[in-house]
Design a protein around this ligand. Structure first.
Ligand SMILES: NC(=O)c1ccc[n+]([C@@H]2O[C@H](COP(=O)([O-])OP(=O)(O)OC[C@H]3O[C@@H](n4cnc5c(N)ncnc54)[C@H](OP(=O)(O)O)[C@@H]3O)[C@@H](O)[C@H]2O)c1
Length: 437
C-alpha cells in the first residue's frame, strides 16, 4: 500500500474534488482529516483528494484550515458546482435538505457519500437507482455501526458466502446503559440520566432506547446480506425501557447478560429486542458503547466484527474509507447488486423456537406457582428453571422462569393469559435467550 509522498507522486489519476455538507460532529472531523492528512489519504486513494467546498448553517471556525475551501450557505449549491466530483452528506435527517442534496448530486453525475442511516433506509433504493443511471457511486458505510467496516466485510470480504444470519449490537447508547446496569446494579432511569449528563445519550433518547436507531442499521445490513429490498416497516422492534435492575440481576444469576440485539435471517422477520446472551459468549464481552456485528455464513462459519459504533473519529473513518473507494473505483454497487435484482420484501412469520426468560411480578400467595405452571402447560411450554426470592405480604415479588425451546406464538399466548391473571401485577417480561453459533 503506498504510504509516502514519493509513492504518492507515482499515482496517475486526476485529482478527486470533494464537498462536505454539514460540519457538525462527523463533518468537521472528516474535513479536518481531509485537510490535515491529505498526503496519506491521497496516497491510499492513488490520486490527490482535494476538499474544495463545504456547507453548514453558520460559517464559523470548525477547527481546520479553510484556506482555498469555498463556503456555500446553500448546501444544494455544492451539488451544482462544476468543480466537485464527490458530495459528502453529513447533515442528517430522513428527508429535507439531506435528501434533496443526495438527489441533486446524483442527478448531476456526482458521487455521494453519506453517514445518514434514516436517508438510506427510507430512500436508499431510489437513490441507488439514480446512482446506477448516472453511473456514479452511492456509499454509506458510516450509516451502519460507525467505525466498524461492516458493509465492506459483507459486500467484499464475505462476497463468496451464503449469509445465514446477521446479529448485531448496533446501538452504543443502549449497550452502555445495559453494561452499566450489569456492572453496577443500578436502575435504568439512574443510568440513563448519567449517560445523558456524559453526552452518551441524547436529551430525547427515544430514538436510541426504543430501538429505532438499531432497526435502521439492521434493515440496511439485512438488505445487503440477503439481497432483498429494505422493508423497515416489517421489523419487529422492542427497546430497553422495560428492562429493570431485577431482570439484569436474575439474568446474571442464570449465567446471562442482557443485550439489545438486532437479528436477521432470510426466512424470519428481522427483530431488534433485548435478549439474554451467555456471559461466556463473545457478544457478552462487547461492553460499554461498543458495537458488534456477527455474520454466520457458509462456508466461512462465524465472523465477529467489533469496534466503536459512533463518535467523530470512528464515523469519519468510515466516511473516508468510502471516499478512498470512490477515488480508487472500488466497492461496486450500493447494495452489492443492481437495485432491480434485489428480491421484493415478503411477509415473513417468526416460527423459530427459542428458549425464553420470563419475569412475572406475582402476589406471594399459596397456589400461584401451580397456577402459573398450569397456564404455561396449556400452551405446551415446558419450564427449564424457576427462581423466586424475597417475600412480601402486600407487594408483588419477582418470579423468574426459563423455558425449553418454545415457538413465539406459544409465548405470546402464554404472556397474554398470564398478564390477565388476578395474581399477576403488570406486564410479563419475555426475553429470548440467544445461543451463539
Ligand atoms: N455523530 C455520530 O456519532 C454519528 C454516527 C454515525 C452516523 N452519524 C450520522 O452522520 C450525520 C451527521 O451527524 P452529526 O452527529 O455530525 O450531526 P450534527 O453534529 O448535528 O451536525 C449536523 C451539521 O449539519 C449542518 N446543517 C444542518 N442543516 C443544514 C442545512 N440546511 N444546510 C447545511 N448544513 C446544515 C449543521 O450546521 P451548523 O453546525 O452550522 O448548525 C451541522 O454542521 C447524521 O446523518 C448522523 O445520523 C452520526
Amino acid at each position: 500500500m503506498p504510504n509516502t509522498d514519493k509513492e504518492l507522486r507515482l499515482s496517475t489519476g486526476p485529482d478527486l474534488t470533494i464537498a462536505i455538507a454539514g460540519l457538525g460532529i462527523v463533518g468537521a472531523e472528516t474535513a479536518r482529516q481531509l485537510v490535515q492528512a491529505s498526503d496519506r489519504l491521497s496516497a491510499r486513494a492513488g490520486r490527490c483528494l482535494r476538499l474544495v467546498a463545504v456547507s453548514a448553517r453558520s460559517d464559523s471556525d470548525r477547527g481546520f484550515d479553510r484556506t482555498g475551501i469555498a463556503f456555500e450557505s446553500d448546501a444544494l449549491a455544492l451539488a451544482r458546482r462544476a468543480d466537485v466530483d464527490v458530495v459528502i452528506e453529513l447533515i442528517g435527517g430522513e428527508g429535507g435538505i439531506a435528501l434533496a442534496l443526495a438527489e441533486t448530486a446524483l442527478q448531476a453525475g456526482k458521487h455521494v457519500v453519506t453517514a445518514n442511516k434514516a436517508l438510506i433506509v427510507h430512500h436508499g433504493q431510489r437513490l441507488a437507482g439514480l446512482a446506477e443511471q448516472a453511473r456514479v457511486r452511492l456509499k454509506f458505510e458510516a450509516a451502519v455501526a460507525g467505525g466498524i467496516p461492516a458493509l465492506k466485510v459483507l459486500r467484499e470480504g464475505l462476497a463468496g458466502n451464503n449469509i445465514r444470519r446477521v446479529t448485531g449490537i448496533l446501538n452504543g447508547t443502549c449497550n452502555y446503559i445495559l453494561s452499566e446496569m450489569t456492572n453496577t446494579g443500578r436502575g435504568f432511569d439512574d443510568v440513563l440520566a448519567e449517560a445523558q449528563a456524559k453526552g452518551y445519550a441524547e436529551a430525547d433518547p427515544s430514538f436510541d432506547i426504543d430501538g429505532v436507531d438499531a432497526a435502521h442499521k439492521l434493515s440496511i445490513l439485512a438488505a445487503m446480506a440477503f439481497a432483498e429490498q429494505i422493508d423497515f416497516g416489517a421489523l419487529q422492534v422492542t427497546g430497553i425501557r422495560q428492562i429493570t435492575d431485577t431482570d439484569i440481576s436474575y439474568a446474571g444469576e442464570l449465567g446471562y447478560v442482557i443485550k439489545l440485539l438486532g437479528h436477521a435471517q432470510p426466512q424470519s422477520p428481522a427483530t431488534v429486542q433485548p435478549c439474554l446472551v451467555a456471559k461466556t459468549g463473545q457478544l457478552a464481552q462487547i461492553g460499554g458503547a461498543l458495537n458488534a456485528v456477527e455474520f454466520t455464513a457458509e462456508p466461512v462459519q462465524t465472523v465477529l466484527c467489533t469496534g466503536p459504533g459512533a463518535g467523530a473519529g470512528p464515523t469519519a473513518s468510515a466516511v473516508l474509507a468510502d471516499v478512498i473507494d470512490v477515488a480508487a473505483s472500488r466497492g461496486g454497487l450500493p447494495f452489492g447488486m443492481r437495485v432491480g435484482q434485489l428480491a421484493r420484501a415478503t411477509q415473513k412469520k417468526d416460527k423459530q423456537a427459542r428458549r425464553y426468560y420470563l419475569r412475572l411480578m406475582v402476589m406471594d400467595e399459596t397456589g400461584v406457582l401451580s397456577a402459573v405452571t398450569s397456564i404455561l402447560r396449556d400452551q405446551q411450554i415446558s419450564v427449564e428453571s424457576m427462581l423466586q426470592k424475597g417475600q412480601s405480604d402486600d407487594k408483588p415479588v419477582a418470579l423468574v422462569l426459563t423455558t425449553h425451546p418454545t415457538a413465539p406464538d406459544q409465548i405470546k399466548a402464554a404472556c397474554s393469559s398470564l398478564s390477565s391473571a388476578r395474581f399477576i401485577s403488570g406486564a410479563v417480561m419475555a426475553l429470548p435467550i440467544v445461543d451463539e453459533a
